[in-house]
Design a binder for this molecule. Structure first.
Ligand code: NAD
Length: 261
């Protein structure tokens, strides 16, 4: 059966990298994003590199009407949208104590990450049930597993995606639909490079605190996404896969190593 993979936030970063991996496996590609320019570039490169149909759809994932319109066009143009990667997201607009976090920032974060994933899951599930087949992968973060101070909007949204993954996985398991999540550590995408350049985050400190000693590349995340989207992951559902170089499981205390006596 020919299958189409929908990738939200597919114009850039991890989403774009995942689109390329999935195209190389022969899936048709539907990219959803609100960045028109980057969407055009992404489609052009995927079409010219891989022998698959790839189309872009401009929509804000948190807008139900825009998303419905885009999904109807995907159904008509690409058919069989049986794979969904709920990846679209933004980084916190500011870091700081919760009492200074503007409610509008919190709501925006929840809207894009959680409502966006909810809206798109709701859209794709009827067709998946009809076909008795589906793969949904949600983009969480190691911060949704461990917690992290001064970004309650982001941590809450990413932890919510863990709950959504488990709830959906149990509800959909009997329909041949698997639902999993990936929980990356720090990934060197353009968006995070910018944050390093403008001093928002300290790239070297992060490398030091990561057990493997470096950041991830987008491809190191998308290869796991591609596996979870493939037939090979058929008995894996409700799983949250850390892809974080060991960050979530480690506590690097910073002691001096040596003997006390
Ligand atoms: N980069 C990291 O270190 C990292 C780590 C863990 C999790 N993540 C998550 O991975 C996802 C992708 O991150 P990235 O670093 O590739 O970011 P990115 O900025 O490179 O790409 C995100 C894409 O999502 C799109 N987008 C944002 N809001 C949207 C909306 N409302 N509707 C439609 N499209 C929208 C953007 O236009 C962009 O193309 C995000 O959910 C992010 O939280 C990233």
């Amino acid at each position: 059966m020919e299958k189409t993979a929908i990738i939200t936030g597919g114009a850039n970063g991890i989403g774009y990298s995942s689109a390329k991996q999935l195209a190389s496996l022969g899936f048709k590609i539907a990219l959803i994003d609100r960045d028109t320019q980057k969407l055009e570039n992404a489609v052009e490169i995927i079409q010219s590199t891989h022998n698959v149909e790839c189309k872009s759809y401009i929509a804000d994932v948190s807008n139900e009407d825009e998303s419905e319109l885009a999904y109807d066009r995907i159904l008509a143009e690409l058919k069989q949208p049986l794979l969904l990667f709920n990846n679209a997201g933004i980084m916190p607009r500011q870091l700081g104590p919760v009492e200074q976090l503007p409610t509008k920032n919190f709501n925006e974060m929840i809207n894009i990450h959680l409502n966006g994933a909810f809206i798109w899951s709701k859209l794709v599930i009827p067709k998946m049930k009809e076909c008795g087949y589906g793969r949904i992968v949600n983009m969480s973060s190691f911060m949704g597993i461990t917690g992290s101070p001064f970004r309650l909007d982001y941590v809450t949204a990413k932890a919510g995606l863990v709950g959504m993954t488990r709830g959906l996985a149990t509800e959909l398991a009997r329909f041949g639909i698997t639902v999993n999540a990936v929980a990356p550590g720090f990934v060197l995408t353009e968006t995070l490079k910018e944050r390093v350049t403008n001093g928002f985050i300290d790239a070297e400190k992060i490398s030091e605190r990561t057990p493997v000693g470096r950041w991830a590349t987008p491809d190191e995340i998308s290869s796991a996404v591609a596996f979870l989207m493939s037939d090979k992951s058929s008995y894996i559902t409700g799983h949250v896969l850390p892809i974080d170089g060991g960050t979530a499981m480690s506590l690097l205390i910073g002691e001096n190593i040596g003997s006390l006596s």
